[in-house]
Design a protein around this ligand. Structure first.
Ligand code: 13P
Length: 257
């Protein structure tokens, strides 16, 4: 059985001073310090702003909580003012990053090609890419959701030898930060479709890939989402900023594990 993964995406929120109180509260809520760690059963990750990565790693050391970046550049080094390379992440022990979040596609010119190059850079250096894909409202309304997902997935397949080296996040753009969530059925349908694309190339190995749902996932709707056979967890924005809310979501995953 695939392990569930609850991943928080803090986006451009929180500062270094917020880290210790957040992780103290969150750890208390999920019972991190008591006996056997709940994180043996469920994976928990936070994608935090670059400047918070080192401190977040320090504070969560030994807890099993994984700290990830939200982006990385596709070149190894060079004249790319304002960018961060994979080796810089690795230097501080960060071994995972979001790639191709829709906000990066929408506001910062991320394309299927840059996403592919970033995934390749990550895999060449032992960093886990969490590859974000999903359709816009217009695309869903005009019935091209599967075409969009196919295009986004096939853009990265050529650089992925073994699919369990990556994590996918299905994030319908119309559900991000809007309070609108895909229904359990809509989400399951998209996840099953994504897995079918992976199965075509990797056969049984596709069963090992964690595919997360993102888009207004919250304590009230996470149970139903996590019960879907192809939904292996959540990539959570707003609700991951509040320790109690995110802990409730982790506990929902623990109940099913
Ligand atoms: P919200 O949970 O705030 O809708 O954000 C989802 C998201 O973009 C996670 O990457």
């Amino acid at each position: 059985m695939r392990k569930k993964l609850l991943a928080g995406n803090w986006k451009m929120n929180k500062g270094i001073k917020d880290l210790a109180p957040f992780f103290k509260d969150f750890g208390g809520e999920i019972g991190l310090s008591s006996g056997s760690s709940p994180l043996n059963k469920v994976d928990v990750l936070f994608a935090v702003p670059f400047l918070q990565l080192a401190e977040a790693r320090k504070i969560t050391a030994g807890t099993g909580i994984r700290i990830a970046a939200q982006n990385v550049h596709f070149e190894a080094s060079g004249a790319f003012t304002g960018e961060i390379s994979v080796s810089m992440l690795k230097e501080i022990g960060v071994d995972a990053t979001l790639i191709g979040h829709s906000e990066r596609r929408q506001y910062f010119g991320e394309t299927d090609t840059t996403v592919m190059k970033k995934v390749q850079m990550c895999l060449d250096n032992g960093v886990t890419p969490i590859i974000c894909i999903g359709e816009t409202k217009e695309e869903r309304q005009s019935g091209v959701t599967n075409e969009v997902l196919s295009r986004q997935v096939s853009a990265v397949l050529e650089v992925i030898a073994h699919p369990e080296q990556v994590i996918f996040a299905y994030e319908p753009v119309w559900a991000i930060g809007t309070g609108l969530t895909a229904t359990n059925e809509q989400a399951q349908e998209a996840h099953a479709f994504i897995r079918s694309l992976l199965t075509k190339k990797y056969q049984d190995e596709a069963q090992k890939v964690q595919i997360l749902y993102g888009g207004s996932a919250n304590p009230a709707n996470i149970d139903g989402l996590l019960q879907q056979p192809d939904i292996d967890g959540g990539l959570v924005g707003g609700a991951s900023l509040k320790p109690a809310d995110f802990a409730t979501m982790v506990k929902a995953a623990l109940k099913l594990s």
